[in-house]
Design a protein around this ligand. Structure first.
Ligand SMILES: C[S@@+](CC[C@H](N)C(=O)[O-])C[C@H]1O[C@@H](n2cnc3c(N)ncnc32)[C@H](O)[C@@H]1O
Length: 342
């Protein structure tokens, strides 16, 4: 029926259709871009009931339970007992069906730690930072980990929801994945972090024995280049020979970084590395290439959140780079015309 065909969570792209055309005369396929099913060896998992393209919004979920974390203790993180009591208070305020939903979530407890209250372990295993707070999202909590994830997520403060979107093409029936850990680490270091979740990762990146060494080398190099280039990125035009040489070196390194990220298929980083390439080429006044990379970066930032600071920045930069490119083209045309006229 019309009502059961809830498209509210469906792809952004349906909104491109004029409203009078989007009347739903038939509901083909699953209305939601995800289904929760058993995932062999992982408990439950989240799957794509139909193919998805980069930018498709998969989930928009408000937190079922949220707490203000207590102040961090230097070198120790959050005081556990204080977190536990805040979680308990928030939990008691939920309806009984919401409480059941929270208690149905899985958790891992390291053997060295006694489970005093499963609620605390559930919170630790499943909660996400949510702006300045920490919250539980019961559907998103079912998404398993991959070191080469096919979705990404962020907290949308305006909507009060955590958004999950596809970062690459996803086949019908494919499992959706996110990363629980920083990805710019070699395999052994990633596994150490994942030990806290109680599983051995068998994702595509961890199980490809033949390519593991290459993958480790790439991630280590990305881990060095990425923060270094991001910190040094500037639009300042080089005015000395030395500064010009360093700007060229920076452009080369940005291109190397972008190639490594693409080879490693770390889609979460695409927008940022395209931005680095764009800005470093703009400094060299290579406006044509700078415009292309800037526009690619803008498209990806926009896909995640049209209103974000990054999207707005890339829109502005793309406009500036394209305007400079047009100016160059005009100058060249004028020069050619005046040469012909001579
Ligand atoms: C946040 S939950 C994810 C949903 C969970 N599978 C469930 O059934 O509710 C995290 C737990 O899922 C399992 N898990 C997540 N990713 C996994 C993976 N790549 N391989 C094996 N188990 C995984 C681990 O047990 C982990 O502690």
């Amino acid at each position: 029926s019309f009502i059961s065909c809830d498209r509210s969570e469906a792809s952004l792209h349906i909104f491109d259709v004029p409203s009078w055309l989007s009347l739903n005369f038939s509901c083909l396929g699953s209305p939601l871009p995800y289904t929760i099913l058993p995932a062999p060896g992982k408990g439950l998992g989240v799957f794509a009931p139909r193919s998805l393209i980069p930018g498709d919004i998969i989930m928009r979920e408000p937190p079922i339970l949220v707490i203000n974390p207590p102040p961090m203790q230097a070198g120790k993180g959050y005081p556990r007992s204080e977190i536990d009591s805040r979680v308990r208070i928030a939990f008691e305020a939920l309806s009984s069906s919401e409480q059941d939903e929270v208690l149905s979530l899985t958790y891992y407890n390291p053997p060295s730690q006694k489970v005093v209250d499963p609620l605390n372990s559930i919170f630790r295993s499943n909660a996400y930072n949510t702006g300045s707070r920490v919250g539980l999202f019961p559907k998103i909590a079912r998404i398993n980990h991959s070191c080469r994830p096919n979705t990404s997520y962020y907290w949308n403060e305006r909507l009060g929801k955590r958004m999950v979107y596809a970062t690459r093409h996803i086949e019908e029936g494919e499992e959706l994945s996110v990363s629980y850990i920083p990805l710019l680490l070699a395999h052994a270091d990633r596994q150490k972090r994942l030990d806290a979740y109680g599983f051995t990762c068998t994702c595509e990146a961890c199980s490809a024995t033949k390519h593991k060494k290459t993958s480790d080398q790439r991630r280590t190099r990305i881990g060095q280049l990425f923060p270094d280039l991001t910190a040094r990125l500037t639009l300042e035009v080089p005015t000395s020979v030395a500064a010009n040489k360093s700007a060229h070196r920076m452009a080369e390194q940005s291109i190397e970084l972008m190639q490594l990220v693409e080879e490693e298929q770390l889609a979460d980083y695409y927008a940022q590395v395209y931005r680095s390439v764009a800005v470093s080429l703009a400094r060299l006044q290579q406006w044509d290439s700078a415009s292309i990379w800037s526009s690619k970066s803008y498209d990806i930032f926009k896909m995640a959140d049209e209103q974000s600071r990054e999207t707005k920045e890339m829109e502005k930069l793309t406009r500036i780079f394209v305007a400079n490119w047009n100016e160059d083209v005009d100058k060249q045309t004028e020069q050619r015309q005046s040469q012909r006229g001579r």
